[in-house]
Design a protein around this ligand. Structure first.
Ligand code: CO
Length: 431
């Protein structure tokens, strides 16, 4: 059944990314859309309503799970999974440094950041603060879109061989933000932006973002140049698909699950290795009057599409790719298969996603990593292991993964969203 996805455009993706510099801001951006569509946010610490069909979501730190239940009895789930985090440079706990007359902010890499791409860019700061409020602590998101930080490159004349330098993550990624030295100045600056007293800031997760706006590029403007396409490309396409699916329900309960911490292994209170997804799904069944047996039965018929960006074949490095599995931008969604289960895809999951692509009328590309190169992974294998759900790893093609500035195809945005929407609205869920 083709489901029409509205708003799944490249321009929409650019706006989504520019609104979402950190995982916490991804959740805020998605939550605002859900709120506008009549979703209610539930607290995990409180009982959940048992008054039948509804549109709900929970937020746990930088992770979010949303679902919409129609009158589906013990229907299984169709889950679109994604991750909200992207590799970047993050602020250390004692950020104020001085060197050679410069005032520096101490940064370190998060995840597999491609460090060379972070040099000589104007960087802002975002994240969340834990702020003291009397004898309690509250969370406050902060976002500074002023060009306050820059990690300067070494002059080519000072390099050993003029062929480039090897970047040391301890010594070479600190940012300059002025001259002179003033201890405590950086957190004072952040606190002032957040309109809180510096002495009340008890904890923080702060990270940098490139301030260059996302935009369409290329002769025909058919490419998207943006930060964080991995994996906000999937967060956006998944959200558009989910919002389309809830308007045309299929035989399953549509779920959107977006996890923090994928880039560092997913092992946290809110990563894909946590209990977040199984706990939410079980409570969804319990809230509609089912028991644990109903939950396990629902899981047995459920399928998860783990969405994460895929490697398009690079024109300058075609030899880095499996030659019989060329992947093209604007060539449609990608099915990712790895015999050593770096991707969770099996024949059953592949069947579910390939059928969805056929129903949506979009082409499907099949990706295999070179057997002589180590393959990255996704939330797919963990979600599969945590829930026992049949899982398929999918994505949209891009270049420059983990660069501060990535590149994907503009028409792949709509194709990816259409495929995920069809996946979320199956005619039957026979597994
Ligand atoms: Co990713």
């Amino acid at each position: 059944m083709p489901v029409s996805t509205t708003g799944a455009t490249a321009a929409g993706l650019c706006a989504f990314i520019d609104a979402s510099p950190s995982p916490f801001h991804v959740c805020r951006t998605v939550a605002a859309e859900l709120d506008a569509r009549g979703f209610a946010r539930l607290a995990e610490s409180e009982p959940w309503p048992s008054d039948g069909p509804g549109r709900h979501y929970v937020v746990r730190g930088g992770s979010l799970v949303a679902w919409a239940t129609a009158d589906l009895g013990a229907a299984p789930f169709r889950v679109v999974g994604a991750h909200t985090d992207s590799p970047n440079l993050r602020v250390k706990q004692q950020p104020d440094l001085a060197s050679a007359g410069w005032q520096l902010v101490g940064l370190e890499p998060y995840g597999g950041a491609w460090l060379n791409s972070w040099l000589d860019r104007e960087l802002g700061v975002s994240g969340r603060l834990s702020v003291r409020d009397g004898n309690t602590v509250r969370e406050r998101l902060v976002r500074i879109d002023e060009p306050i930080l820059r990690v300067p490159q070494l002059a080519i004349h000072l390099s050993d061989d003029r062929k480039g330098v090897t970047l040391d993550p301890q010594r070479h990624v600190n940012a300059v933000w002025g001259v002179g030295y003033e201890p405590g100045a950086f957190l004072d600056f952040v606190a002032a932006h957040a309109e809180v007293h510096p002495g009340e800031v008890l904890g923080w997760e702060l990270m940098t973002h490139d301030l260059t706006p996302s935009r369409l590029v290329g002769r025909d403007q058919d490419l998207v140049s943006a930060p964080r396409l991995d994996n906000q490309g999937t967060c956006f396409a998944g959200l558009r698909a989910f919002l389309a699916a809830i308007e045309e329900p299929g035989a399953a309960v549509p779920v959107l699950a977006m996890f923090d911490h994928e880039e560092v292994g997913s092992q946290s209170d809110r990563g894909a290795q946590s209990d977040l997804l199984p706990a939410v799904l079980e409570r969804v069944v319990l809230a509609r009057g089912g028991g644990r047996g109903d939950y396990l039965a629902a899981l047995a018929g459920s399928v998860c599409a783990s969405g994460d960006m895929a490697h398009a074949t690079h024109p300058n490095y075609p030899e880095r790719h499996e030659p019989a599995h060329r992947i093209e931008v604007n060539g449609g969604p990608v099915l990712k298969v790895n015999q050593n289960l770096r991707y969770a895809t099996d024949a059953a999951g592949a069947g579910a996603f390939a059928l969805a692509c056929a129903q949506a009328g979009v082409p499907l590309q099949r990706y295999v990593h070179r057997a002589d190169l180590p393959c990255g992974s996704t939330i797919g294998p963990m979600t599969a292991a945590r829930t026992g759900m049949s899982t398929v790893d999918v994505g949209a093609p891009q270049l420059a993964m983990h660069s501060a500035r990535e590149l994907m195809g503009a028409s792949d945005v709509a194709a990816y969203a259409a495929a995920l929407a069809a996946f979320l609205t199956p005619d039957t869920t026979g597994r």
